[in-house]
Write a protein that binds this ligand. Structure first.
Ligand code: NAD
Length: 487
């Protein structure tokens, strides 16, 4: 790191980090088929689509687009494998999961770089957050595989059968792990559909699944967009559907499945509130707010995208936030110093721009990193925040799924709770205060599946995650996460 001048106080503009590029490059094939019955197969649909590096706009590979015949083939393989896998002893299923967890750890660098190239998130996140949590989920569920009777109070839980699982693009391999690990531990077989912009890490994991000799058909991976997802969710062979994605698509899936008795887990969108009281440790709260919204470009379902600050500290808090924002490094996601990477797709960038434009048109004041030079190629949006936000403004109500924070104030704890809960969503919330009693009182009154106190965005395989209201239902992780996968 080199310092270019010596003014006080320090601010981001005074410092330049030397480039610290991640040099490892995984081997990426020109084309990827569908992973069905333990093998990669050409799509019967004959269709392929491009997967793009959002930091450069360059094509990384061509991916198969599964049509009806392909999804039928994947479902047939999963159905054929189901009885034997269900009868496989828990200790044996656990060994497969354990082996997969170990292989994922051994290949963590390759997979982290691939995740960053395909999705745009900074390498320090895919390396230090995503991949460790992916391995942790398989290790954790390996432990449950032979203990399910104890998980369910002496009863003998049985698997449901074929699970259709559909995941989004913001934590591609992590979402795949959250879905696959509990399903397999409980003796189910799976047809998984990754998001169309980020299929590569799931397909590379399929190779590890081959290496550990998981019986063919236990895991099948079909790639494609919404039409493929719909085929998976509505297939007659499916006995359980688990979906993570937007509330709009979740609602559609629920409508389609309404006539059938199919257990469903929906992990949907959010507009989570971070509440900062005047008695909080302010520097810590600023860091928590920063990581809560600007981490992973705000591509986080539980992002703390609404900040509620007690009125008496609003001004200094906003000043501290602005100073911290100026220090963030936006750019090449493969640079180990980068804090904020590329926006995942052109469509997502357009959506962020539209919603930010709406916020300005409605009268909210935008604070952005105007001086930050953004790379010329690829899709970028610098971290920013709005002040002067009214609860009726679209930036206070709609999920932006980008690095955009809306700052509001409150005067009393009751008003904080009322404002935080004034949203159709209910995924997560944060409470920052020095008083333990206030933490518990406020957390208890939050309409949110997860409440973090004096921290934000903490995940663990043994801790259940999921929402209330329009953020969905069902839990992933922990004992609660197993329930969806057993009868
Ligand atoms: P999306 O709903 O557009 O897509 C999610 C997945 O569903 C993709 O694989 C997509 O191809 C597929 N899909 C699209 N239309 C479908 C249909 N009609 N039937 C079946 N599948 C279909 O969401 P996205 O843009 O990929 O992801 C962002 C959203 O995901 C945000 O709203 C975010 O909050 C949410 N999310 C929630 C959680 C959580 O745990 N609650 C976690 C991550 C992301």
């Amino acid at each position: 790191m080199t310092r270019t001048d010596t003014p006080e106080p320090l601010s981001g503009a005074d410092w330049q980090y030397s480039p610290a590029p991640e040099r490892f490059r995984p081997e990426i094939d020109a084309e990827y088929g569908l992973f069905i019955d333990g093998e990669f197969k050409e799509p019967r649909s004959g269709k392929m689509f491009d997967t793009i590096n959002p930091a450069t706009g360059d094509r990384l590979a061509r991916i198969a687009e599964a049509g009806e015949d392909d999804v039928d083939a994947a479902m047939a393989a999963a159905r054929a494998a189901a009885p034997r896998w269900a009868k496989t002893k828990g200790t044996e299923r656990g060994k497969y999961l354990f082996r997969l967890a170990r292989r994922l750890q051994e290949c963590a660098r390759e997979l982290a770089v691939l995740e960053t190239m395909d999705g745009g998130k900074p390498i320090k996140e895919s390396r230090d957050v995503d991949l460790p949590l992916v391995a942790q989920h398989f290790f954790y569920h390996a432990g449950w595989a032979d203990k399910l009777r104890w998980a369910f109070g002496g009863r003998e839980p049985r698997p449901r059968g074929v699970c259709g699982q559909i995941i989004p693009w913001n934590f591609p391999l992590m979402m795949a792990a959250w879905k696959l690990a509990p399903a397999l531990a409980c003796g189910n077989t799976v047809v998984l559909k990754p998001a169309e912009t980020t299929s590569l890490t799931a397909l590379h994991m399929a190779r590890l699944i081959q290496e550990i000799d998981l019986p063919p058909g236990v895991v099948n991976i079909v790639t494609g967009a919404g039409d493929t997802g719909r085929l998976v969710a509505t297939h007659p062979a499916v006995r359980k559907v688990a979906f993570t994605g937007s509330t709009a698509v979740g609602r559609r899936i629920m409508e389609e499945l309404a006539p059938r008795e199919i257990p469903l887990t929906l992990e949907l969108g959010g507009k989570s509130a971070n509440i900062v009281f005047a008695d909080a440790a302010i520097e810590q709260a600023v860091e928590g707010v920063v990581s809560g919204i600007w981490f992973n470009q705000g591509h986080v379902c539980c992002a703390g995208s609404r900040l509620l600050v007690e009125e008496s500290i609003l001004e200094p808090f906003v000043a501290a936030l602005r100073e911290r924002m100026a220090q963030l490094r936006v750019g090449d996601p493969l640079d180990k110093n980068t804090d904020v990477g590329a926006i995942n797709s052109k469509a997502q960038l357009d959506r962020i721009r539209t919603l930010v434009g709406e916020g300005q048109a409605e009268g909210a004041i935008l604070h952005d990193m105007q001086s930050t030079p953004l790379p010329e190629k690829g899709w970028w949006f610098p971290p920013c925040f709005f002040t002067g936000v009214q609860p009726s403004h679209s930036v206070a109500r709609e999920e932006i799924f980008g690095p955009v924070l809306s700052v509001m104030s409150f005067r009393t704890p009751d008003e904080a709770v009322r404002r935080a809960n004034a949203t159709p969503y209910g995924l997560a919330a944060g409470v920052w205060t020095d008083k333990g009693s206030k933490v518990f009182e406020i957390a208890r009154r939050m309409d949110a599946g997860v409440v973090w106190c004096n921290t934000y965005n903490q995940f663990d395989a043994c801790s259940p995650f999921g929402g209330v209201k329009e953020s969905g239902f069902g839990r992933e992780g922990g004992l609660h996460g197993l329930r969806g996968y057993v009868r």
